[in-house]
Design a protein around this ligand. Structure first.
Ligand code: FES
Length: 352
C-alpha cells in the first residue's frame, strides 16, 4: 500500500490511507489523549476526548477520522483543550470518581487526563444516578458503575476479542448503563472470567477480586513469564506486592495470546503461595502424614510399586502425569512406566 504524508503539529509524518489520524500519530510517537479508543478494538468514537483540529478549522475525532495525504493536523490548541476539559468535566459529573477508594488509582486513564488538564472537581449540573455496585457476586470480577465512563471498551472486548458478548448497554441518555447478559449480577451471568474486560477498562469500573487490599498499583512490581497450564504458551505479566505475594496477572501483548488470558492463566496462580502447598515429602505412618527425607520417601514408593507389581502384575499400576511438569519430565514419566514398571497405563492431566 502506498504511504501518505501529512503534517501533525508542524512535523511531516507518514502513514497509510487506511489509518486514522490517531493511529498515524501514535505510530510516530505523538500522544493524542483518548479513552474509548483501544488499538485492539473496533472504533466507536464515543468519548470525543481525542479531538484534533484538521486543516485549521473543524475539530474531528482523531480515532475515527482517516488520515489523508497532505492533511494538516493540530493535536492541541486553546480550543482543543477547552473541548477536552468539557468532555472530562461531563464525565466527572456523571460519575462518582473518588480515587481514594478506587482499585484503578494510579493507573486510571481518566485520572491521568484529569491531572494532565488540571481538572478541578466540577459542580454537578447534570443528574447523577447512583448505581448499585456488584462487588461480591463473582469470585473473579468486581463492578462499580459509578466510575464507569461508558466508553464501551469492555463491551467490545467481550464481543470482539473473547466473543462471549456478556457486556452490553441498557437504557438511553444519561440513564445508559452497563449490564451483564440481560441485566444480571456478574456471578450469575455467563461470564467466563477471562478478565479481558478488566484489562482494557480505562477506569476502576471493572476490577479483579484478588488484588483487593493486597497492594497499591504503584507498589506492584512486574515480571513476565509463560503460563504453566496448557501448551499454547501464553505470555503473562505477573504482579507482585512488596510482601512478595503474587496479586495479579495481565496478558502480555507480545505472546501468542496477544494479551488475552483464559480463566486459568488469569486467576490460577494462588496455589504458588498456598500454605497447603507441599514442599517436603510426606509418608503416612500409623495413619499420620509425617515429614521424611527424599531418600526414605523414594524407597517407600519403590517398595510399594515392587510389591504391587509382584502380587498383581504391572497393569495393576497406572501413572498420571501433570501439565505443570516440563515436556522432558513428562517424557521420563511415561518412559519409567513403560520400561521399568512394564505397563502402558499412562495418562496426563492436560485438562486441568
Ligand atoms: Fe476518539 Fe473516544 S478516543 S472518541
Amino acid at each position: 500500500m502506498n504511504k501518505i504524508k501529512l503534517t501533525i503539529d508542524g512535523k511531516v509524518v507518514s502513514g497509510y490511507p487506511n489509518q486514522t489520524i490517531l493511529e498515524v500519530a501514535s505510530d510516530n510517537g505523538i500522544d493524542i489523549p483518548h479513552l474509548c479508543y483501544h488499538p485492539k478494538l473496533s472504533k466507536s468514537g464515543q468519548c470525543r476526548l481525542c479531538v484534533v483540529r484538521v486543516g485549521g478549522k473543524m475539530l474531528k475525532a482523531s480515532c475515527t477520522e482517516f488520515a489523508m495525504d497532505g492533511m494538516d493536523v493540530v493535536t492541541e490548541d486553546e480550543g482543543i483543550i477547552a473541548a477536552r476539559k468539557l468532555v472530562l468535566g461531563l464525565l466527572l459529573q456523571e460519575g462518582n470518581h473518588n480515587c481514594l477508594y478506587c482499585e484503578a488509582n494510579g493507573e486510571c486513564e481518566l485520572q491521568r487526563y484529569c491531572r494532565m488538564y488540571q481538572m478541578e472537581e466540577p459542580s454537578r449540573q447534570i443528574p447523577f444516578h447512583e448505581r448499585e455496585v456488584d462487588y461480591a457476586s463473582s469470585n473473579a470480577l468486581r463492578r462499580n458503575e459509578n466510575v464507569c465512563i461508558l466508553c464501551g471498551r469492555c463491551v467490545r472486548a467481550c464481543g470482539e476479542l473473547q466473543v462471549s458478548n456478556i457486556w452490553g448497554f441498557a437504557e438511553r441518555g444519561h440513564r445508559t448503563h452497563l449490564i451483564a447478559d440481560d441485566d444480571r449480577r456478574i456471578g450469575e451471568s455467563n461470564c467466563v472470567k477471562c478478565g479481558t474486560c478488566v484489562q482494557l477498562c480505562p477506569t476502576g469500573a471493572l476490577s479483579f477480586q484478588q488484588v483487593l487490599g493486597r497492594g497499591l498499583n504503584w507498589e506492584l512490581s512486574k515480571e513476565s513469564s509463560i503460563c504453566i497450564y496448557c501448551g499454547v504458551g501464553c505470555k503473562i505479566d505477573f504482579y507482585t506486592n512488596p510482601q512478595g505475594q503474587l496479586v495479579k496477572t495481565m496478558g502480555n501483548d507480545e505472546g501468542p495470546n496477544k494479551g488475552q488470558l483464559c480463566v486459568k492463566g488469569r486467576f490460577g496462580f494462588d496455589f504458588t503461595q498456598s500454605p497447603k502447598r507441599l514442599s517436603k515429602p510426606l509418608v503416612r505412618k500409623d495413619g499420620v502424614l509425617s515429614e521424611v527425607s527424599w531418600k526414605e520417601a523414594l524407597d517407600f514408593v519403590a517398595a510399594g510399586l515392587t510389591k504391587i507389581k509382584e502380587e498383581h502384575g504391572p497393569d495393576a499400576i497406572a501413572g498420571l502425569s501433570s501439565a505443570k511438569c516440563t515436556n522432558e519430565e513428562n517424557y521420563l514419566m511415561q518412559k519409567f512406566m513403560r520400561a521399568v514398571i512394564g505397563t502402558n497405563n499412562v495418562d496426563h492431566c492436560a485438562r486441568l
